[in-house]
Structure formats: C-alpha cells, structure tokens
Design a protein around this ligand. Structure first.
Ligand SMILES: Nc1nc2c(c(=O)[nH]1)N(C=O)[C@@H](CNc1ccc(C(=O)N[C@@H](CCC(=O)O)C(=O)O)cc1)CN2
Ligand SMILES: Nc1nc2c(ncn2[C@@H]2O[C@H](COP(=O)(O)OP(=O)(O)OP(=O)(O)O)[C@@H](O)[C@H]2O)c(=O)[nH]1
Ligand SMILES: [K+]
Ligand SMILES: [Mg+2]
Length: 446
C-alpha cells in the first residue's frame, strides 16, 4: 500500500508568514531530527527549542522541535515537526537537509494516507480534513468539524450493526428450525428495514439541500430579456461584472460568480433571458431555464414592474408553478418607474429597483440560507459518500420483497450487498485505486 520510506514535507502554506512547519514521518524521523539538531534525545510530545544545522555545521535557524513517538502521532508512525521561522527560504532548506539524510518528499495526501492505513483516521475523517482545508466559510467548517468528530462514522456503524443483526438471524433461520427463534423476529426485521430506509432517505435529502454549504449555494437569476438580471448580478457583486444594456439579449451565456451573503458564500448565476421569439429558440431557452432552476438552490425570478405582465412573463410564472418545492423568490424590478405589472396573481413578491436598494432581497436570501444551515441533520460531504448511501438504499429496497415472501437466501444476499455499500463509507478494503485517487487530491504536506 505504501513503502516504508521516511517522508518529509512543508505542512504550512507557501508564502510569507511568521512560522512554517516541516513535518517528517517514518522510522528514521527521530534519527534525522537528532542529526540536524545535534541533540541526543527528544522527549515525546514536549516542545523543545533547538538550533537546526546543515551538514557543514552551519546554523540554519532556531526552531521548536516536536517529537510524536509511534503510534501516538497523526500518522501512527514516528513524527517530528520543526516549527521554524516563516517565509519561503528556511523551511525549504530544512527539507533539503532532511532529504540528505535519506528521507524522500511526501506525495500529496501521503501523511493522511498513512494515518488511514495505520487506522488513525477513517475515510470520513480524511475527507473532512481535506475539505476543511479548502473550506471558505465558517458554516462549512462547522459542518465538516462534525464529520471530523465521527458523526458519519457513528451513523455508519449503527446501520452496520442493524444489518448484521438481520443477517445473523436470517442465517440462523436458514440453517435451523424456526422454533429456535423469537416468533416475531421477521416483524422486527421488517421494522428495522423500514427505519433504515427512512434514515438513509432523510440523510440523502438533507445532504442534497445542504450541498451548497461546502461548495457554495447556487442562486440563479431568471427572467425574460431586459428585466434587469445582469443589473441585479452586478449590484449583488458590487462591481460591473456583466454587460448591461437596453438591448434585449445582451447576456448570451450564463455567468457565474461567488459572493458572500451573511456568513454564506454563494454562487450567483446570471442567465440569458428566456425568449419566445420563435418556436425552436423558445424551446432551447426554456429548456436551459429548466436546467438552471434544477441546479439552483434558490431561484430569483425577475420581472419588469414598469411593463404589463405579458405572455413571456406568464410562461415564467408557469415554470415557477411547476417547481413549487424550490425556493423561488419573485422580484419586480424597475419599481423606480411607473408600476404597470399586474400583481393580482402573485402570491408574495419583492418590489425593488437595482438602481436603488436591494437589501430586502439580500435579507430574504440570507434568511433562507440561515434556515438551511442551522440544523441538526447529518450531512454527507462528498459525492463518494452520497453514492455509497444511494447504493445501500438500493440494495435494502431490493431485500424487502424476498423478506416478505420468505426467500431468505435472496434477502441475505441483498443485505450483504448493502452491508458492503455502507461499510465502504468508512473503510473500503478492496479498492486501492479509489484510495490513491482520493488521497492524491489532498494538498501537499497533508
Ligand atoms: N503541529 C500540528 N498541528 C496540527 C496537526 C499536526 O499534525 N501538527 N494536525 C494534523 O492534521 C491537526 C491536529 N490533528 C492531530 C491528530 C492527531 C495527533 C496525534 O498526535 N494523535 C495521537 C495522540 C492522541 C492524543 O494525544 O490524544 C494518536 O492518535 O495516537 C496530532 C494532531 C491540526 N493541527
Ligand atoms: N429604471 C430602471 N432601469 C433598470 C433597472 N434595472 C435595470 N434597468 C435597465 O434595464 C436595461 C436592461 O438591463 P440588463 O441588466 O441588461 O437586463 P437583462 O435582464 O440582463 O437583459 P438580457 O441580458 O438582455 O436578458 C438596462 O438599460 C438597465 O439599465 C431598474 O431597476 N430601474
Ligand atoms: K439587456
Ligand atoms: Mg443580462
């Protein structure tokens, strides 16, 4: 799975800062540390101030050395950290010295990979660490920290236990006479299955809703040409990102930009106007809008308050009515002009002008994001985890019928499959290639 080389890397970001950390892991870590510090010994887990020397005995830096004795370290191996002065030069010189004593440079994610293979972390924790490093909002960090603490691992273990329980009783009843079993055992199993299905479905649903917390929620602006979609985008971004003009059809393609709203980072998508010019273009335009609506967490449907509500607006209102389970905010723009839009059929809406104050809209978006993020529901944080839960659910659903009809071998087969699916979330044993890909995506030095 990995060689037994001692590995070294700079653990901190490349750039100017007050302190940098060089980390060594492997059997020779302590030996190398003694050599470059000229110390005879390091007490585990005690910060020791020491000079660091190069091979010609010239002093490189004054650093804090931290020794973690195996197995009590992040990787489970002997680990030594040099907390040296920051900047780009010193840490690189220390790495070069360490390499001279026989260590090699770590590959991206190699420290975490070793931690995984030494049973220090499972995959949910590894994924959480990798995503925490890239997280851009406090919300994302808090959500990921829950997984770091083992929330998903516990969830997986509970389901595993239930599945193993079912499997054990099924095997027994295949092999032995029924009278040895509790009489209501299959009712119990059916009950458990229903509960697991609910638990997994809820988790998938909650994760889908909260996907945006990590990558950024998507907010799409739709509407017919010239209602002011790009004007709204620019106003939300606070700079002139998109071209604005009074020519209908100015925006030809979707524009996507990130911006902070409250504590959230969101992606705003400005779309080309939905037209009804000719049949074929109408179709393409509407299909594109449907796609945009599907991909968005929030849709801002924009109308021109200074014009009467025409067929094109009605088409968009129809689209909205087909997507009632989406968060759709209806906004009447250009309210600084004389209002002509018929509001009698609109349930709730915000009237504003992108030339004036758009705070009511920002507040509404922020409230929705807040309500979506402050929740106790557990969230899956990667496509890999979602796929595993979907596969588990698929096999458990397949197991229901043979259970009812008493075909216990089939039931056991599907439950065994489900067990493999759910277990792969924390520890997929048979898939080395996947692990290489996953850890390869980590930062250097992680
Ligand atoms: N200086 C430093 N800071 C760091 C890290 C690090 O490696 N070095 N981390 C790196 O990601 C994170 C902390 N994660 C860590 C996880 C486990 C152990 C560790 O030594 N575990 C031992 C002892 C456990 C204990 O004392 O409770 C073990 O698991 O046996 C260290 C850091 C963030 N901050
Ligand atoms: N009076 C007034 N004019 C506005 C307002 N918002 C936008 N406009 C004007 O409306 C015109 C169209 O604005 P855009 O932002 O380009 O509209 P769009 O919806 O992106 O248009 P397309 O990309 O062509 O679909 C421009 O001339 C804007 O200056 C507003 O609140 N009040
Ligand atoms: K325009
Ligand atoms: Mg535009």
């Amino acid at each position: 799975m990995f060689d037994d080389a001692t590995i070294v890397a700079i653990a901190t970001a490349n750039g100017i800062g007050s302190i940098s950390i060089v980390r060594i892991s492997g059997v020779n870590a302590l030996e190398i540390a003694k050599k470059i510090s000229k110390k005879n010994t390091f007490q585990p887990r005690l910060a020791t101030l020491s000079y660091i020397y190069d091979e010609n005995n010239e002093t490189i830096d004054e650093a804090i050395v931290l020794y973690f004795k195996a197995p009590f370290s992040f990787t489970g191996e002997d680990v030594v950290e040099f907390q040296c002065h920051g900047g780009v030069a010193i840490a690189n010189i220390i790495v070069d010295e360490v390499l001279k004593y026989g260590a090699r440079l770590a590959n991206p994610g190699e420290f975490s990979k070793r931690a995984f293979f030494n049973n220090k972390i499972d995959l949910t924790k590894a994924e959480a660490i990798s995503k925490i490093i890239e997280a851009r909002s406090a919300d994302a960090v808090k959500l990921l920290a829950r997984q770091l603490k083992g929330e998903l691992t516990n969830f997986v273990n509970e389901i595993r236990e239930d599945l193993l329980f079912m499997l054990a009783y099924t095997e027994v009843s295949i092999d032995y006479a029924e009278e040895d079993l509790p009489s209501d055992i299959f009712d119990q199993i059916e009950n458990k299955i229903q509960k697991i299905i609910l638990k997994l479905s809820n988790t998938l649903e909650a994760s889908r809703r909260r996907e945006g917390m990590i990558e950024g929620f998507k907010v799409a602006i739709i509407g017919k040409p010239n209602v002011g979609k790009s004007s709204l985008l620019n106003k939300l971004l606070n700079y002139d990102r998109a071209i604005i003009s009074d020519i209908a059809g100015t925006t030809r393609d979707t524009i996507e930009e990130s911006v902070r709203i409250g504590t959230h980072i969101i992606k705003i998508v400005d779309t080309a106007g939905i037209r009804t010019a000719s049949d074929i273009i109408e179709k393409i335009g509407i299909e594109k809008s449907i796609q945009t609506i599907n991909e968005a967490d929030i849709v801002i449907a924009l109308f021109d308050n200074s014009k009467i509500c025409d067929d094109e607006d009605k088409k968009i209102l129809e689209l909205i009515n087909e997507n009632l389970n989406k968060e759709i905010i209806k906004v009447l723009n250009k309210s600084d002009l004389e209002n002509k839009f018929d509001k009698s059929n609109l349930m709730d809406f915000i009237e504003l002008s992108t030339k004036e104050d758009i705070n009511p809209l920002i507040k509404k978006v922020e409230n929705f994001l807040d309500s979506n993020t402050h929740s106790d529901e557990m969230t899956l944080i990667s496509k890999r985890q979602v796929t595993s839960v979907e596969d588990t659910l698929y096999n458990i659903n397949l197991a229901k019928e043979p259970l009812v009809s008493g075909e216990l071998e089939f039931f056991a087969h599907f439950i065994t499959e489900a067990l493999g699916n759910i277990s792969s979330i924390t520890r997929p044993y048979e898939n080395d290639e996947m692990l290489d890909v996953m850890f390869g995506e980590f930062c250097l030095g992680k």
